[in-house]
Design a protein around this ligand. Structure first.
Ligand code: DQA
Length: 155
């Protein structure tokens, strides 16, 4: 049996308040709703879905994903605009990374235009509310498949 595809979906600060936090910007769905949506989109893949308000915990999980994941989706939330530590951790990964946002940071305040994650992401999905996650999961699974096929060809 081939190894299962393991997809990590990591969520940064304040996303635990999804549904009650600025619903006009982030929508009415909760993080549990988003997790269920990701599970549906991931099909048979093993989904590891987590949220933290703590930068170091997110760094730890990125390092864990380095050992265990086939691909990583990350909504870094506010840390995406500030965290060199998160960027450094992400740089250690060889698996595909997809950056995901509910809103479209590029269309918002200037301080949201900088992303420390984008330089190491294969792609960014933003602005579609919870549908951003569905698209990001699909993209990450496709990239994981391609990544595995390329690795198999090289042995
Ligand atoms: C966000 C956008 C960020 O600018 C913001 O800090 C968030 C959520 C989004 O999903 O739209 O917390 O990542």
């Amino acid at each position: 049996m081939p190894d299962p595809t393991v997809l990590y979906v990591l969520n940064g600060p304040n996303l635990n308040l999804l549904g009650v936090r600025e619903p006009d910007v982030y929508g009415h769905e909760t993080l549990d709703d988003v997790q269920a949506l990701c599970q549906r989109a991931a099909g048979d893949a093993v989904l590891v879905f987590r949220q933290s308000n703590h930068e170091g915990e997110l760094v730890d999980w990125v390092q864990e994903a380095r050992e265990r994941a086939s691909a990583l989706v990350i909504n870094p939330a506010g840390y995406g605009h500030t965290s060199v530590a998160l960027l450094d951790a992400l740089r250690t990964l060889t698996i595909p990374i997809v950056e995901c946002h509910l809103s479209n940071p590029a269309a918002r305040e200037r301080f949201r235009h900088r992303s420390y994650v984008s330089p190491v992401a294969a792609g960014v999905v933003s602005g579609f509310g919870s549908f951003s996650y569905e698209l990001a999961v699909k993209a990450a699974l496709r990239l994981a498949q391609e990544h595995r096929a390329a690795a198999d060809r090289s042995v």
